[in-house]
Design a protein around this ligand. Structure first.
Ligand code: 5GP
Ligand code: MN
Length: 337
């Protein structure tokens, strides 16, 4: 975090938060997250939604997200998510943006901006805080871990809230494997599983299980991957035609970049899929030597030190060249240091 402060990123935020204290007088509360919501975004949103519905019975609480992948239907209340965003924007007393900056909220951004009070809770190092009240903790494993923290009175947790938050933590830590897992994360997870849900089944069903198509496209992406920079980088790409052939959507590609990262000797893994003509969604993963948040931010994206992403334009080769220059520069500096 220090290095980001040095780079001039300004953090304006609170050091601790009790979400009930922030919203208790509100008559309407909106909750939103980033486009193409992942496990953490969905877990955090649903955990907070279920909690606020319980502790603020006088308020109308709504969660607004793009359609979540079907695997998350095990989370209570998932069918209550509002996925269609009306053109006449409703003004909420409070709107809480989770796991994102406002620019990545898609249609949700206008609801956030129109709200009487804007709250931003996130763990992305690239987020400087976009609310009136910001709780941004880059050290946290996940936004779900932060939602667990901001629920001040833990006696108000229940099995359904715990399940949602646990799924979020599991997803952003890769089942407690990634370096963002801290003793605090594990203590939160320990408390959460004490509610007695079948966590082992949830992990299999939401994280490890793949459809036949997902396995096929993973296999294809690995087969077509290219190793370069003396084995320090690996890249793979799936174009629109291939996605069409497998009838795959972007969620079917989750996990490919994490597998690429596990290639022996690799410092940085790049996966991209085509979104339009000369347009790609790029995912970056690092094994520690390269700060991929810095690389992604250079191209207008963001994320974490070891996992980040950006939308990029150009041919596949242009993009790989541009990314390589940034990665190489970091590896060279690292060598000298
Ligand atoms: P993924 O590669 O799994 O899509 O994303 C890795 C991490 O980077 C996630 O925490 C995600 O929220 C963040 N991220 C991915 N793409 C973008 C982007 O375009 N902008 C920002 N700010 N963050 C991104
Ligand atoms: Mn997250």
């Amino acid at each position: 975090m220090m290095q980001y402060r040095k780079q001039g990123l300004r953090y304006a935020g609170v050091k601790s938060m009790n979400i009930y204290e922030e919203v208790k007088d509100a008559g309407s509360i909106g909750i939103g997250g980033h486009i193409r919501p992942d496990g953490d975004c969905i877990g955090a949103s649903m955990g907070l939604y279920l909690y606020l519905k319980k502790v603020c019975p006088q308020a109308r609480v709504r969660v607004m997200l793009e359609e979540p992948p079907a695997v998350f239907s095990c989370i209570s209340g998932l069918d209550e998510i509002q996925t269609d965003f009306a053109s006449d924007v409703e003004k909420f007393d409070v709107f809480i943006a989770l796991d994102t900056v406002k620019e990545r909220m898609g249609e949700g951004e206008k609801y956030f901006c129109a709200a009487g009070k804007k709250i931003n809770i996130d763990h992305h190092v690239s987020n400087t805080g976009c609310g009136d009240v910001n709780y941004i903790m880059p050290e946290a494993s996940s936004t779900s871990e932060l939602v667990y923290e901001v629920i001040g009175d833990k006696s108000l947790l229940d099995e359904e809230i715990a399940k949602a938050l646990y799924i979020g933590i599991v997803h952003d830590t890769g089942v407690f494997r990634y370096s963002n897992t801290s003793p605090k994360t594990l203590r939160a997870a320990a408390e959460l599983i004490s509610y007695g849900f079948d966590f082992s089944r949830l992990i299999d069903e939401t994280f490890y299980e793949k459809t036949y198509v997902q396995n096929q496209i993973l296999g294809r992406a690995l087969l077509e991957s290219i190793i370069f920079m003396d084995g320090k980088c690996v890249v793979s790409m799936v174009d629109k035609k291939t996605m069409g052939f497998y009838r795959a959507d972007s969620h079917d590609l989750d996990g490919i970049v994490n597998q690429l990262r596990l290639t022996k000797g690799v410092e940085c893994a790049i996966f991209m899929y085509q979104t339009d003509v000369l347009k790609y969604k790029v995912s970056l993963r690092s094994n520690g030597k390269v700060d991929v948040a810095k690389v992604a931010m250079f191209f207008g994206g963001g994320g974490h030190v070891r996992a980040a992403g950006a939308d990029m334009q150009g041919t596949f080769h242009d993009i790989v060249n541009n990314l390589s220059a940034q990665i190489d520069a970091q590896l060279k500096t690292e060598k000298k240091a």
